[in-house]
Design a protein around this ligand. Structure first.
Ligand code: UDP
Length: 345
């Protein structure tokens, strides 16, 4: 019998790509989302890509404990992948209570409902933000977590700890929970079909949507935040990971959980390419692969940005049997195709 995976926040950017990969790998998926930061565009795209018109969709707010419980009562959920969270760093600084309430509250309800309904596998979508400004790059999973620089980052660290504690407390009991923390670096791009991708509301915070919106004419000019960093070209370095590659990592992780292959109750993996790319390099690659010129200027540093961070992904490569495959050029071509699709071009 097919295993069922609940994807909370499944109508969003990462959740929709993960849903596609899970379905293509043979899982049943229940998509749940409160639609607070998305519409049905990506879910419709998921149905088209997979050719499945019958994917269950639930408009659920996981901050509502009864609603979370009802969802686990309704479906035979074998594993849950928890994405449902607010994710804007700046907004989290301005509205900390809203962030703690939403990001912690929803995850606590998911864990409680999973425990109550015999779901033993929980995958939490974490972030490289937990490493803060690293002393040594690339970072491994054993690199220290630094004090969070925003409430958003703090919620990622706290949810990691909550899952770890839950795993420890339930070990060996009938309600045993196994956990996997995937720490994403910078997910970018879109599905090669151009039917799903990133859909920021308002002015994008992230680099690639800002680039594509500038290229299409929605924004006048990209500001590159800082060109005086101690990096080869003065701009920040990140590990940009293709969204489809990232989605496939979830399939590997879910399979490891379900097949009983985990060697620890709670495992953690960096999901990145291992390749540092500067903001300027990314902008240049975007221009080159798509044959266009981007309007950009250098602007002051953005508060809270780390200088350089990239992953050592060797643990995920070895243990999950997963590796990032797409080139940054292909990824940027896909991001541009998605922006054009949105514009009806
Ligand atoms: N960035 C930029 N201009 C923008 C948005 C981002 O120069 O309009 C830079 C930002 O300073 C960082 C990199 O792009 O060095 C990635 O930023 P993003 O917000 O996409 O991800 P983060 O690494 O902050 O999670």
């Amino acid at each position: 019998m097919k295993k069922t995976v609940l994807v909370s926040g499944g109508a969003g950017f990462i959740g929709s790509h993960v849903t596609v990969e899970l379905i293509q790998a043979g899982y049943e998926v229940v998509v749940a989302d409160n639609m607070s930061n998305c519409d049905l565009t990506c879910f419709e795209g998921v149905k088209k890509i997979t050719g499945r018109d019958d994917i269950p969709f639930e408009k659920t707010d996981f901050c509502d404990a009864a609603a979370a419980d009802a969802l686990f009562a309704k479906y035979p959920i074998d594993a849950v992948i928890h994405f449902a969270a607010f994710k804007a760093v700046g907004e989290s600084v301005a509205k900390p209570v809203m962030y703690y309430k939403n990001n912690l509250g929803s995850f606590l309800n998911v864990l409680e409902a999973a425990g109550a309904h015999g779901c033993h596998n929980v995958l939490f979508s974490s972030s490289a933000t937990v490493y803060g400004e690293p002393d040594v790059v690339p970072v491994t999973e054993r690199s220290p977590r630094k004090p969070a620089t925003s409430p958003y980052g703090a919620t990622k660290q706290m949810c990691e700890d909550i899952l770890r504690d839950t795993v420890r407390a339930t070990a060996g009991t009938p309600g045993e929970i196994k956990g996997i923390l995937l720490r994403y670096f910078n997910p970018i791009g879109a599905h090669p079909s151009a039917l799903i991708g990133e859909l920021p509301r308002g002015v994008p915070n992230n680099l690639v949507p800002f680039i594509t919106q500038t290229a299409i004419g929605k924004r006048e000019c990209l500001s590159i935040f800082g060109n005086d960093y101690p990096t080869p070209d003065g701009t920040c370095q990140r590990d940009y990971i293709d969204i489809v590659d990232l989605a496939k990592a979830h399939v590997c992780a879910v399979a490891r959980m379900m097949d009983g292959k985990m060697t620890e109750g709670c495992e953690v993996y960096n999901i990145g390419t291992g390749r540092p790319v500067s903001v300027l390099e990314l902008v240049n690659a975007f221009q080159k692969v798509n044959g266009l010129k981007l309007n950009y200027r250098f602007a002051p540093r953005r508060e809270g940005d780390v200088t350089a961070i990239w992953a050592d992904p060797s643990l995920a490569n070895k243990v999950l049997g997963w590796k990032a495959g797409r080139s940054v050029e292909d990824t940027l071509a896909a991001a541009w195709a998605w922006e054009k699709h949105l514009a009806g071009k």
